[in-house]
Design a protein around this ligand. Sequence first.
Ligand SMILES: [Zn+2]
Length: 299
Amino acid sequence: MPYAIGIDVGGTNIKYGIVDAGGEILHEGLRATARVLDELKAIITELGEVAALKGLSVEGIGIGVPALMDGEVVTGCGANLPEIEGLALGSMLQRYARLPVVIDNDASLMGLAELRFGAAKGLTDVVFLTVGTGVGGALVVNGGLYSGYRGRGGELGHIRVAFPGRPCGCGASGCLEAHASVKALSRDYADAGGNAGSDGRLIFSRYLAGEDAAVVAMHHHFAYLGSGIASLINIFSPQKVIIGGGITEAGGDYIGPIRQEALRLAMKETAAQTLIEPALLGNKAGFLGAAALVFGEVF
Ligand SMILES: [Zn+2]
């Protein structure tokens, strides 16, 4: 059985593990994100030792970063992770690890994990959305990950759902991320009279309990997500739209109201084959997808 190291570099934490080709996790860990390069080297050393102890032969290292990959170069993460912006990170780490290193956008890798091991297994056309502090996404088109020319597209969180709408971190306004992220939800909740600084799971649990401010805020959230997903269905007519992120794991029917709104707005013809479902792999999807990248093509 082949094994790979998967590493998911986030703004707050780095999650990592040793994974086999069937998606089984043999060892996993988590470190706070501080000095990214030092952390990555320490993780590679740690996992190399674990693999040696367990007698596992590791084929390579996959890494997910919250950035776009223009060939070898990490770009577009200057605001969150300035340390790795503009670096040819793969070849740097490859020299250190003496193993092949492959790197891709973290949201794309979460999609790849669901495709290889999770909710999208066996499918060829899928839209993934991750609802967190921001809204990330990935596309599988005709059986392959699609992220535009030179990897610079696939920014599903920045389709516009309102005009002029709220200012967005990308410099535009009215983006799905500006209206339907958990950050936007917290703001809507505070504006409706709820406690400032409440997280998504808490707001959702209060919505389920019928609290007024939470009901107002969640209705906004569902409406904007449903609207964005309807546009994505009209363009891609996917077999599934898969929604992940911490808030989707809070229990209760989070997907139901989004599904209802998206299917109300999408064209009947484009939505005819589309299921809208929660992701299955939770916060392990990032490093599982990074490991899957090492194992190569899914089909
Ligand atoms: Zn934007």
